[in-house]
Design a binder for this molecule. Structure first.
Ligand code: SF4
Ligand code: SF4
Length: 373
């Protein structure tokens, strides 16, 4: 039973912050760390791409395998191939490992990847804060346009799943072995390094929309976030509200960056929840709002959550790297050879075999035929 004074008094803002007290810096710190890591990764990969253009004899620059984290479509195809054949493909192994670690993090810890790790999520959050400083407030779309727009990311996800999951193993292998997939990381780099006017206009438009509308890309368009949100539905963890303590002040609703009506639910099951802890930190009543497991489970504070998430995202890749499943099997000579025709390598349309360019090397090792370590 609620002590009646809980509903009548206005507790201090700090009163309910047991799970997050003093730890407000931890999520921005993790975000900043991954953003910095991404920038350094981009610089290092840029050095590798420059090296590919150099004549023979120039000191070799190694390729950072972690760049494959930015190839989720290729990783989804590798995962589908693994499930269908039991064989872990070797062209972008780091991408597959990181992709699986992120999926597992959503199934266990909800969609924290989006609000703690993803650099696009971090940039989106800062753009929105800058927008609020510039314009005074961020407009919110009315409910129905918001719901309709949110469908866009599920439509994109549905398209990718529809296109990839039914592919026969032979077609998957052909794509994964092909020159487009082997050079997908280089092509992605060049997309930004040699950005076209059209692409620049699209990116600037997204940035402008993110200034105006909170989490525009993540909320409406990101198919990766849509997939993680659906998987997060399986997680036993989440934000729980104790209605016997809650005074219905609705601070949690106002704080939630994803417009979830926390005060109207006992457990936040929404696939939009990114486990950002903002609602828990804003709640003025001790224990009214907790991030925890099933009823009765102890609270998981922001530091413990950060440790679990980092353990999963960092440890799983290190484990597979130590077992030898990390570096691509594409030899440097093949990278250099394909780079010479990089602008002629296009996404396969129709049967993959018909699109293989004449420059496709015959020296590529066959995909690793063992099972995933
Ligand atoms: S504020 Fe709470 S409900 Fe909203 S996304 Fe963050 S953790 Fe989830
Ligand atoms: S759960 Fe939400 S509505 Fe209830 S006291 Fe905490 S902030 Fe206020």
């Amino acid at each position: 039973m609620v002590p009646i004074e809980n509903n009548l008094t206005r507790p201090t803002r700090a009163a309910g912050r047991e799970d997050t007290a003093g730890w407000g810096w931890i999520r921005p710190a993790v975000q900043a760390g991954f953003l910095l890591f991404s920038i350094l990764l981009g610089v290092e990969f840029g050095r590798f791409v420059s090296f590919l253009a150099q004549p023979a004899g120039v000191t070799e620059v190694s390729r950072p395998a972690s760049v494959e984290a930015y190839l989720p479509i290729s990783s989804l195809m590798s995962l589908t191939y693994l499930v269908k054949t039991g064989t872990a493909h070797r062209v972008h192994p780091a991408g597959l490992v990181i992709f699986c670690a992120v999926l597992i993090s959503s199934i266990t810890l909800r969609r924290g990847f989006c609000s703690w790790i993803c650099p696009i999520g971090t940039l989106s959050e800062h753009l929105h804060k800058a927008g609020r400083r510039i314009f005074g407030r961020n407009p919110r779309l009315p409910v129905w346009p918001d719901r309709l727009l949110r469908l866009a990311k599920y439509t994109l996800l549905g398209f990718f799943l529809w296109a990839i999951l039914p592919m026969p193993a032979e077609a998957l292998k052909e794509f994964l072995d092909g020159p487009y997939n082997r050079m997908a990381d280089v092509k992605m780099y060049l997309f930004f390094a040699e950005i076209s006017a059209t692409a620049a206009v699209v990116l600037v438009t997204f940035a402008a929309l993110s200034l105006l509308i909170q989490n525009f890309w993540c909320r409406y368009l990101c198919p990766y976030g849509a997939l993680l949100g659906l998987l997060a539905r399986l997680s036993p963890l989440g934000v729980r509200r104790d209605p016997t303590r809650c005074n219905l002040c609705r601070r949690c609703d106002r704080t939630c960056p994803n417009r979830i009506q926390v005060s109207k639910t006992r457990f936040v099951a929404s696939e939009e929840c990114t486990a950002c802890f903002s609602c828990v930190a804003s709640c003025p009543i001790p224990q009214a709002l907790r991030f925890c497991g099933p009823k009765g489970a102890p609270s998981i504070g922001a530091p413990v959550y950060a440790a679990l998430l980092l353990l999963l995202i960092l440890f799983v890749p290190r484990l597979f790297a130590s077992l030898g499943y990390w570096e691509s099997n594409t030899p440097l000579s093949v990278y250099k050879r394909l780079y010479a025709t990089i602008h002629a390598i296009d996404h396969p349309r129709g049967p993959v075999r018909a699109q293989a360019p004449p420059a496709a090397p015959d020296t590529i090792e066959p995909p690793w035929s063992g099972r995933a370590p």
